[in-house]
Ligand binder design. Sequence first.
Ligand code: PLP
Length: 403
Amino acid sequence: MKFSDRILKVKPSPTLAVSAMSARLKAQGIDVLSFGSGEPDFDTPQNIKDAAIKAIASGKTKYTPSGGIPELKKAIADKFRRDNNLDYKLSEIIVNCGGKHSFYNLMQVLLNDGDEVIIPSPYWVSFPAMTELAGGIPVIIDTDAEADFKITPEQLKNSITPKTRAVVINSPSNPTGAAYSFNELKALSEVILEAGILAISDDIYESIVYGDFKFTSIANVSEEMRRNTMVLNGVSKSYSMTGWRIGYMAGDEDIIKMVDTLQGQSTSNPASISQYAAVEALSGDQSVVAEMVKAFDRRRKFVVEGLNSIPGFDCYNPEGSFYVFPKVEEVYKFPGWGKVEEKYNDEYKSSSLSAYLLEEAKCAVVPGIGFGNDNYFRISFATSDEILKEGLIRIRGAIEKLL
Ligand code: PLP
């Protein structure tokens, strides 16, 4: 079969692959603990489910405007005002079929072949793939735990070329959990505005932050920056609604209009029932979010401490999200490592390590190379305290065998 050059360039999502693999092993009766999935383990709150049931019962089951129902756009505008101190007209907002779809659509309407998008690494696996699918070139800025996984204004400046269209800021980040402060974003915004490029702010983990950390979007830095930023968000992570597929974006009216045209000729509207559920999520009782974050915070402390006590592991303490990204470079120097590499024979060390942990510890983790750095792997702690506890014991056991 002949396939398009476009699709042949795209690698399958490693996070979805890990989730599928652990589901397969579980179905075979193998006791695999899965730390791959990027979704909260909590059920969708009852008030949100009730709103969906009500939508079905009252016949809200037909096509809607392709860019979303006005009620949801209003709920999104109210949410931006309430939580982010950002003012958007309804014409500056569009609803998409999940946060992933928001970024995909944005790349499709912004990029011509060869246009560049700056993406700090470690990055969410789909940012470079969706850039390439639109004919763009991802320009990666490497960061590591020593730099708190953040890019500096100098690094940003040095990566900008006449082909640069945008820079992606994902704070808190998937996979590191690192998040930028207001002042750090302000410093980046000066470079962005001077260069005349667009900021794309993926704020999907905004409500999952810990301790004293205060979330700010780069759109908050100034009115000029608000106008120069496309803010992407969704209900998947904050309200445990990953399967409902509702994302949204806000920003320049002309861009929003183009995304609406694209959506009208591709997916059409996001599911009508999910849209009514999202209205309730964004405007109903918000206490469920704080409850989930409390549980995530407890797990974060437990996991970071546990991972840091495993030989060869060095784990950054995340400001937000439900991921940790431990550095395991030292493990690659352990006496038993040679045998692991020989056995799994993968081009990437983090992939060999993940395969080893799956076989030896029956723990599914995602190799760091999928996020742009082979010296790390990702664990999602959006799973029960019991599974995390058991997982840490198993991972420690497998790593100690390599000493
Ligand atoms: N942005 C980031 C950084 C993510 O990690 C994810 C999900 O993993 C998304 C966007 C998209 O989420 P969804 O498409 O489920 O709304």
